[in-house]
Ligand binder design. Structure first.
Ligand code: ADP
Ligand code: MG
Length: 715
């Protein structure tokens, strides 16, 4: 059998310099080549004549170069145009600012073009002025070689500079012809049969050069199945390991401290919170370490649930850590918790921001000796040099900002403490269950009572002032406003408005806007007693400054807070009723949703204003989604759809291997099937020692090798 782990250098046509280019695509071995998936396909078995292409759609055209030339516009843009034709018509291919393109073509050459066709003669009916901007192209040679590239469904690969499509396709064609026999089928026969899966070799061959659409679908199905199966086996093993191997702490859930905590809470838990607390208590009672994901929309009251669990651990003589993504948030939580618990003699310590070395050492010492009960912090918490005396519970807030690695480090800081992860970027439950197979899941699916409606509005740039007027009106009524910008400072590279400058502008804009509410509100809010006070907050400010500004805002000494995205998560100021987001197209959907979650926290009506002139389709979809719904789960689903799972989850963040072909959203059903096969497999052969599972084990080791899956034990 051929060895596929040899360097791609052994393929005919791949020399040292081309090998480097392949490396850039992540291809090192022959096997990598075989599994280098096409990014799309072109059906060149039925290419349309020019006369039949439709403006507005993506088309593949085969035509000859008739003539070409370039010109430079008044503004200095170079436009290179190639007139191409077949027997039915003429179309222009156009490249902008790529003057070197003119060296690539010769008159009479035959080309394949792919791109979006436009009719630039919109006003005239009779004449079509067809044009394709920046098309992908391939020059045909007229040799028999062309049969790899013509008259069939043809793979199109993602390239890198200096590699061309035709060359790479030839390389793959060669590799498949000579090395396909080296592919070992990963799957035991019974799984293959049960799911009517194509033989792996055939699947790989047909994913590159499909003989028909039907066969292609089967090939894809097989490869996705394999990918999902490995993923699910990996997850199942990880879960099994946690279940069986790890002994953690047991917590006593009844006690005086938790009773007193319940008494001092200024509100009743919602039903959803109570349900989740029960689930957490069950976990904490148990000696198996808790590993739970708490999902809930912004403002649904996750923090107080976390605090409940933290108190439980303190009650049992352990320490509890709360790890959050930003300094501001750490500060806020610290202050709130301290405040709330002041009568319970619980020692709360903050570990975040730029405190001096001596103070830091003192706090670390408290953590080490057990003088600190609850420790709130940023990633500073998991830095070297922080050692807990007896960590019983680690709560990780807004987990999408933390990687799996960090979670693992935190866990390693003590004897398998319980871990609770909270996220406000919730994903649908079934998906979460399959994906975070190693976590149990709790969901808070209702908001605390007494929340006012949030109206989400959309203004075009030209109407910005209207948004400011609305903000001014809210502030004059005694409520508070956030105005958020994508950048801190103006930059030469873009004409985006930025926080610093806009702080000045808005200060002067609001300088003569008086308060309507009671006279004392004006006091201490800037010089002109009675006028609105504007302040600036951004990530480059010193911790102390940030602290001061947030403190003042919380104390309602600031009316309008001009800020960057640093207030995105967690910030909790009830009186804030207006969120203005400038250049809203610059923010991701979950960021927008998080920002909006800063308001609507009192019984007043709140306003979220998106100011934007979105250009891209994606940006428009994001804004539309914001206007359409306020449900975090729906937002997340939409986000997933717009960005695709890879980006949504950020492979590095969730620690799962990258999926090359499967899509956990699109292929949800297959993911489920793979999951049940994986569980079955592990049940029968927990260590994958049976000969028929050998390749699965090998595949798994390879796939997860850089991950934190602790699979060494199955090796
Ligand atoms: P999340 O972290 O889920 O975004 P928070 O924990 O910040 O939400 O809660 C938002 C606000 O709601 C906080 O001010 C919190 O004190 C308050 N809150 C939480 N639970 C309740 C409840 N059951 N009733 C009333 N207010 C609540
Ligand atoms: Mg929160």
């Amino acid at each position: 059998m051929k060895d596929l782990s040899i360097s791609a250098r052994f393929i005919k046509g791949v020399g040292p310099s081309r090998l480097k280019l392949l490396n850039r695509l992540g291809i090192e071995t022959v096997e990598d080549l075989l599994y280098y998936m096409p990014s799309r396909y072109e059906d060149r078995s039925k290419i349309k004549p020019v006369a039949e292409v439709k403006p507005g759609s993506f088309e593949t055209i085969k035509a000859k170069v008739l003539t070409f030339g370039d010109r430079t516009t008044k503004r200095g843009m170079n436009i290179f145009k190639v007139a191409m034709g077949d027997t039915t018509g003429v179309i222009h291919a156009v490249w902008f600012n790529q003057p070197y393109m003119k060296d690539k073509f010769k008159i009479g050459q035959e080309l394949i073009l792919y791109g979006k066709v436009e009719n630039i003669n919109k006003l005239r009916y009779s004449v079509r002025g067809l044009q394709i901007n920046n098309p992908e192209y391939e020059i045909l040679t007229g040799t028999k070689d062309d049969s790899v590239h013509m008259g069939r469904i043809v793979p199109i690969y993602r390239l890198t500079e200096n590699l061309n499509q035709r060359w790479l396709r030839n390389i793959l064609n060669f590799t498949i012809t000579h090395y396909i026999d080296g592919i070992k089928d990963l799957l035991p026969y019974d799984i293959r049969r049960r799911n009517s899966l194509m033989v792996l070799k055939e699947a790989v061959r047909n994913i590159h050069f499909p003989i028909s659409e039907i066969v292609f679908e089967k090939a894809k199905h097989r490869l996705i199945f394999d990918e999902f199966l490995l993923l699910q086996v990996g997850i199942a093993l990880k879960r099994a390991k946690i279940k069986i191997d790890l002994k953690g702490l047991t917590h006593n859930i009844d006690g005086r401290l938790i009773d007193r905590f319940k008494k001092i809470l200024p509100f009743e838990f919602t039903d959803a919170q109570s349900k989740v607390i029960k689930e957490i208590e069950q976990d904490m009672k148990n000696s198996k370490p808790m590993n739970r994901l708490l999902q809930g929309d912004v403002g649904s009251g996750k923090t107080v649930v976390a605090l409940y669990a933290l108190i439980l651990t303190v009650q049992n003589g352990y320490q509890g850590a709360l790890m959050v993504p930003t300094e501001i948030l750490a500060e806020q939580h610290y202050r709130n918790i301290k405040d709330l618990l002041k009568d319970l003699s619980i020692r709360v310590v903050l570990l975040a921001g730029d405190i001096n070395a001596q103070e830091r050492a003192r706090r670390r010492h408290m953590i080490e000796t057990g003088d600190a009960d609850i420790i709130v912090g940023t990633h500073a918490l998991i830095q070297q040099g922080v050692n807990f005396k007896r960590l019983g519970l680690a709560v990780i807030d807004e987990q999408h900002k933390f990687g799996v690695m960090q979670r693992a480090i935190l866990r390693s800081k003590s004897m398998n403490p319980d871990v609770l992860i909270m996220t406000a970027t919730p994903i649908p439950r079934t998906l979460a269950l399959t994906l975070y197979g190693d976590l149990d899941i709790s969901i808070i699916d209702e908001l605390p009572p007494g929340r006012g409606e949030i109206k989400t509005l959309y203004f075009e740039e030209v109407n910005r002032e209207k948004a400011y007027l609305l903000a001014g009106e809210q502030a004059r009524l005694g409520r508070q406003v956030y105005v958020v910008y994508p950048l801190i400072e103006d930059s030469e590279k873009s004409d985006l408005r930025a926080a610093k400058n806009m702080y000045k502008e808005l200060t002067s804009f609001f300088s003569d806007t008086p308060h309507l509410s009671s006279p004392h509100r004006g006091e201490g809010k800037g010089e002109g007693v009675g006028s609105l006070k504007v302040a600036l907050l951004h990530g480059k400010m010193k911790s102390k400054e940030k602290e001061k500004i947030m403190g003042d805002f919380k104390a309602n000494k600031i009316d309008i807070l001009v800020s960057t995205i640093i207030i995105e998560v967690g910030v909790d100021v009830r009186n804030a009723s207006c969120m203005i987001i400038e250049h809203a197209e610059r923010f991701g959907l979950s960021q927008l949703h998080q920002l909006r979650g800063r308001i609507g926290r009192s019984h007043h009506i709140s306003y979220c204003v998106l100011i934007s002139d979105p250009k891209s389709e994606e940006a428009k979809r994001r804004l539309y989604a914001m206007l359409k719904t306020q449900d975090g789960f729906k937002i997340a689903e939409e986000d997933l759809e717009i960005r695709g799972p890879g980006e949504f989850f950020g492979t590095k963040q969730h620690g799962l291997p990258e999926l090359k072909i499967g899509n956990i959203v699109r292929d949800r059903e297959l993911l489920e099937i793979a999951k049940s096969e994986a569980l079955e497999l592990i049940k029968k052969d927990r260590f994958l020692r049976r000969p028929e599972n050998r390749f699965i084990r090998e595949g798994l080791m390879k796939k997860f090798k850089r991950e934190e899956l602790e699979l060494a034990s199955i090796g």
